[in-house]
Design a protein around this ligand. Structure first.
Ligand code: ATP
Length: 228
């Protein structure tokens, strides 16, 4: 089956403050490894578990748009950026499940640092009823087959859910199309939005850490320089 006929859809949430090559390369490799039909980038409005983003939801969504516009498999989904109040991934996944129907397999994609904190998320148990979870390693966040590093409650919930190959996701848990967890092999790129914001604040170059289109947007709108 070609990728474009695949029923697997990736959902990639984040603050994207700003989006960078760590996000983009990871997304590209996950699309390829799993054979996703599309990867939906969902910039968060106000995330619950971290300090408020620096750039507005509108600016962060516009930067995602600037970064992904030439990739036909990458899609911007602005539902959280437009929603007033806190962003809850579980609500977006519920909506997507309703919109796309039961024949689609949703793969929720996150870095290992985000996964380590999953049991702090609002409604996190329900995520396993709605989607598979795909984890990408991130420099400094070891997550291998050694699951002892996970918080107890998360480790218990996940114990029967790990699959060791992308092909293992097709069966789903007990024949359903949700509830499994896969660690995708991806190139480790030690790039973070925090480091990018710090460098811009210090008037240092961030070229080649993120696409030129995003850099142009940041400069045009005076983001992260302390002048906005
Ligand atoms: P910040 O430095 O502001 O915390 P960030 O660079 O971690 O930002 P986020 O928007 O918070 O970016 O991340 C969104 C998602 O992308 C998270 O699941 C995170 O784990 C993942 N991610 C971010 N950077 C990388 C990277 N370099 N490699 C792999 N995954 C990444």
């Amino acid at each position: 089956m070609s990728r474009f006929e695949s029923s697997f859809i990736g959902i990639f949430g984040g603050t994207f403050d700003p989006i960078h090559y760590g996000h983009l390369r990871m997304a590209e490799e996950v699309v390829e490894t799993i054979g996703l039909r599309e990867m939906r980038f969902v910039p968060a409005g106000i995330p619950r578990l971290r300090s408020a983003p620096v750039a507005s939801p509108q600016h962060r969504a516009a930067m995602v748009h600037a970064a992904i516009q030439n990739n036909p498999r990458f899609v911007l989904d602005e539902r959280e950026a437009r929603r007033p109040g806190m962003s809850y991934s579980v609500e977006s996944l519920r909506e997507l499940r309703q919109e796309m129907g039961e024949n689609v397999t949703l793969c929720f994609v996150m870095g290992a640092d985000a996964f380590m904190r999953l049991s702090e998320w609002h409604g996190w148990h329900e995520l396993f009823q709605l989607c598979h979870i795909i984890i990408a390693a991130r420099p400094g966040h070891a997550l291998t087959t050694n699951h002892d590093v996970l918080p107890h409650e998360l480790r218990e919930e996940c114990a029967q859910r790990w699959v060791s190959s992308a092909g293992g996701l097709a069966g789903g848990l007990a024949g359903t199309s949700n509830g499994l967890i896969y660690i995708a092999p991806t190139t480790l790129l030690d790039i973070s939005a925090t480091a990018i914001r710090t460098r811009i604040g210090a008037k240092s170059s961030v070229r080649y850490l993120l696409p030129d289109t995003v850099l142009d947007y940041i400069e045009t709108n005076h983001l992260y320089s302390g002048e906005e």
